[in-house]
Ligand binder design. Structure first.
Ligand code: 13P
Length: 251
């Protein structure tokens, strides 16, 4: 009953022109791969070019962050309504890089999630433990806490537009992928937290992605696990053939 969602997160890569070129290369490779939703989350400045390049294709565009206020004196920030009007459908919230480098907290992740959902965006909410937290035995506690904090005051109805990405911090950009069993276990903790908040039916319907060095080689095994409903892909989403191979693995 869950649909795979394969989403690229370009991070701070690609200018508008290179974004257009990469999307043109990807479009034919992912066309007709209708067993999953295909999403590219791109830098804000690339959004108009990406929306134009993906028109009429099966690729949806996401942003990489959203501010929680509707408007006002927040220099440099972008509101949910601005994203919606630009044609954006998804937004990544609470990525570990934003938590690590830009003072993102569980509270601001929650506020951003609410702002995105209230504007009709689909929120891709990121959670994940550091290596130190894992070694101390706190993975389950932390993933459940981050998930519950992020989803505070979200309604059962809005959960249809929530995707949660389990991204172990130690696996991001390191080339170290969680084993398929570790990914399944982490995603399972996230789903259990959703069940504790919203009940089993909503938990079973919620898409939980894995992210962290997912690539064309390991995607099939990761996606074969019962709790892994897709991927949030960094480095490999910058290479058309690799991203397309991950989309293929979700067919
Ligand atoms: P990599 O796929 O480059 O490890 O990045 C994962 C990630 O952070 C996606 O949001």
């Amino acid at each position: 009953m869950r649909r795979y969602v394969i989403a690229g997160n370009w991070k701070m890569n690609m200018t508008p022109n290179s974004a257009k070129a990469l999307i043109e290369e990807m479009k034919p490779l992912v066309a007709g791969k209708d067993n999953c939703d295909v999403v590219l989350c791109v830098p804000a400045i690339d959004i108009p070019a990406a929306i134009e390049a993906t028109a009429g294709s099966n690729i949806k565009i996401g942003a990489e962050n959203v501010h929680f206020k509707a408007s006002g004196a927040y220099t440099g920030e972008i509101s949910a309504d601005m994203l919606v009007e630009a044609g954006v459908e998804y937004v990544v919230i609470g990525h570990s890089e934003r938590r690590q480098y830009f003072a993102e907290t569980d509270q601001t992740v929650n506020l951003r999630t609410l702002a995105a959902l209230n504007a009709g965006l689909k929120a891709i909410v990121c959670v994940g433990e550091t290596l130190e937290q894992r070694e101390l035995g706190y993975t389950e506690t932390l993933l459940k806490f981050q998930t519950k904090m992020a989803l505070t005051n979200v309604t059962a109805e809005q959960m249809k537009n929530v995707i949660i990405a389990y991204e172990p911090v130690w696996a991001i950009g390191t080339g170290v992928t969680a084993t398929a069993d570790q990914a399944d276990e982490g995603n399972g903790y996230v789903r259990a937290a959703v069940a504790e908040m919203f009940g089993d039916e909503i938990a079973e319907a919620t898409v939980v992605q894995y992210g962290g060095s997912m690539n064309d080689k390991n995607a099939a095994e990761l996606l074969s696990k019962p709790n892994v409903d897709g991927g949030l892909i960094g480095g490999a989403s910058l290479v058309a053939a690799k991203f397309a191979a991950i989309v293929d693995a979700a067919q």
